[in-house]
Every structure is written in structure tokens, then in C-alpha cells.
Design a protein around this ligand. Structure first.
Ligand SMILES: Nc1ncnc2c1ncn2[C@@H]1O[C@H](COP(=O)(O)OP(=O)(O)OP(=O)(O)O)[C@@H](O)[C@H]1O
Length: 301
């Protein structure tokens, strides 16, 4: 069932930067989308269309030139512990151990918790991402890239944010590590009602993880042109998902968007649309249907 008011409501978002000649450039405009509680949404679009800027605005680390972001009925106007952010470059405190990195975040969130409570909570979240048996006492420089990203994910989940913002979190990892951490991410997310907004360049990763994929046109004046519903049943596994009748239809649709339509739909191009994204859903046989509204229903995970 959908509620009358979405968990996250982004409307009319635009970002402009001044240019050297005294003018300004519009990176994106008319960005409109909503997210429901517990939904996992991925964003795909070419480099420079403004994905990270949108994520930073949702995080409260950047401000929009116009438009609004309303989460749980309140407008976002700065950073807050109701949102957790994971960047590609880990952003861990270099002088603190993995455990301390997580502990500091929990302490900021739960000021009334005892030291033992905080430590136990941190250790349990580190264990969920496979960091135990000594690794939790190492500093970031003594950890591999995959382990550092695990610490970032544990830290983000440990503060139990309502919205988790992930900016290409697996971009720097090798395929094997990437797969393992994707599985860990999905397992932790499945046990919560947290919503996830994730940027990725990897269409297979997006299909594996997302309930919905937002497709952005090329900048400048980029916008979200389509919202593609991924209703491949969960749990999804990387090897068996390839046999789902809808998988290649969705994959082809995304690749075709990136190679052709992201450019054709860009502002100024003939036939470029405006306004809210078109919702696209694929039938279980892989046939595409353009529909206006698809209610989000949290599927079994
Ligand atoms: N402070 C700034 N001043 C001027 N332009 C900026 C500034 N910050 C970002 N931009 C421009 O805004 C555009 C969008 O940047 P953003 O990093 O959000 O894109 P992206 O879609 O996340 O790209 P990528 O996929 O490469 O990470 C880029 O063209 C970038 O050069």
C-alpha cells in the first residue's frame, strides 16, 4: 500500500553554478521524484549530469538553487543523523581504528547510551559486514579498500538513519569484493525499514539491488527522464538473476538509455520532455509497459 505522503519528496530541484564570463550554467533542473519508506532506489546517468550534487543536497551538504526536498514531512536544510552517507573514498578518520570510527558516529547519535552499549552496537555492525577477529582494531591505512568500505557501510548503518545515501560505494573495488559487499548491504538493508538512494555506473549492480532505477538525461539542464521499476523477485542472486525473463529486457532498456536516449532527451534536443519522470515497468515476460504511476510495494526480501 502507498501512503498519501511519500517518505521523500523531491520537487523542482535545480542547481546552477556561476560561469567565468559572469553567466551561469544549469547542471540540472526540474528534478522531481519521490521515494517510499524502505525503498532501494538507484540513480544512473552519464558523468557530470549532477548525480553527486543531488545526493549531496539530500545529505544537506549542498544546497539547491531552487526546489525542495521534504523527508518525513520536514524540509531538509542541512546535514542530520537521520541520513547516513557513504562515499567512494570511504571518508574515515585516519587516526582512529575501524571500531573507533563507528563508535564516534554512534556516540553522536545516541548521547544517552553507555560506553558498553555503544561498543557492543559498533561491534555488532562491524561483524555484519564481516569485520571481526582483529580487523576492527586496525586503522584505515592498515585495511584494504574493501575493508575500509565495509567500515563506512557499518558506520552508516550503525546510526540507523532513515535514509542511506551511497555515492558509488563500490566503484573502487575489485569485482569479487564488490559482490560480497553488495550481498552484505542487501542483507543489512533487508532487516531494516531504511530507504537507500544509491548512485552507480553499473547497470547490472542497479538491477541486482534496486526496487527502482532513476535515469538521468545528459547535462547541462539534466533531469530525471524515467523511473524504471525492478520487480524481479527477491532474494536476488547474481548468477540466477540472469535467468529471470525480465533481466535482459531491463538491461537492454538501461543500456539503450545510456547510449542513445540520455542524449536525445537532453534539454534542447528535439522531443525532449519536461516534468516528472515517466514510469516504466517490465512484465514478468520482459515486455515493457510505460505507465504513469506504480505503487511501491515492499516485496519479500
Ligand atoms: N562548485 C562547483 N562549481 C562549478 N561547477 C560545479 C561545482 N560542483 C560541481 N560542478 C559541476 O556540476 C556538474 C555535476 O557534477 P556532479 O559531480 O554532481 O556530477 P555526477 O553526475 O555525479 O558526475 P560523476 O558521475 O562523474 O561523478 C559537473 O559538470 C561539475 O563540473
Amino acid at each position: 500500500m502507498t501512503s498519501a505522503r511519500p517518505f521523500l519528496d523531491v520537487s523542482g530541484l535545480a542547481k546552477r553554478f556561476p560561469t567565468r564570463g559572469g553567466g551561469e550554467t544549469t547542471v540540472f533542473e526540474q528534478v522531481d521524484f519521490t521515494m517510499d519508506r524502505g525503498e532501494f532506489v538507484c540513480v544512473i546517468g552519464h558523468s557530470g549530469c549532477g548525480k553527486s550534487t543531488i545526493l549531496n543536497i539530500l545529505a544537506g551538504l549542498d544546497s539547491a538553487s531552487s526546489g525542495a526536498v521534504v523527508m518525513d514531512g520536514r524540509e531538509i536544510s542541512g546535514p542530520g543523523l537521520d541520513r547516513g552517507v557513504v562515499f567512494q573514498n570511504y571518508s574515515l578518520l585516519p587516526w582512529a581504528t575501524a571500531l573507533e570510527n563507528v563508535v564516534f558516529a554512534i556516540r553522536a547519535r545516541h548521547r544517552d547510551w553507555s560506553r558498553q552499549q555503544i561498543r557492543a552496537h559498533a561491534l555488532s555492525h562491524l561483524a555484519k559486514v564481516g569485520l571481526s577477529g582483529g580487523a576492527e582494531h586496525r586503522k584505515p591505512a592498515e585495511l584494504s579498500g574493501g575493508m575500509r568500505q565495509r567500515v563506512s557501510i557499518a558506520r552508516a548503518f550503525a546510526i540507523e538513519p532513515r535514509l542511506l545515501l551511497l555515492d558509488e560505494p563500490f566503484g573502487a573495488l575489485d569485482a569479487l569484493t564488490r559482490g560480497t559487499i553488495q550481498d552484505e548491504l542487501i542483507r543489512i538493508w533487508s532487516d531494516t525499514d531504511q530507504s537507500v538512494f544509491m548512485i552507480t555506473h553499473d547497470v547490472d549492480e542497479a538491477i541486482l539491488l534496486a526496487d527502482r532505477i532513476l535515469l538521468m538525461t545528459n547535462g547541462p539542464r539534466a533531469r530525471i527522464a524515467e523511473s524504471v521499476v525492478i520487480d524481479i523477485p527477491r532474494p536476488r542472486a547474481r548468477d540466477t538473476i540472469l535467468h529471470d525473463p525480465a533481466f535482459y529486457a531491463i538491461r537492454n532498456h538501461l543500456v539503450e538509455f545510456l547510449t542513445r536516449r540520455s542524449r536525445e532527451l537532453a534539454a534542447g534536443a528535439a522531443g525532449a520532455g519536461t516534468g516528472a519522470p515517466r514510469t516504466v515497468r517490465f512484465g514478468r515476460d520482459g515486455s515493457a509497459q510505460g505507465v504513469d504511476v506504480v505503487p511501491f510495494q515492499r516485496a519479500a526480501r
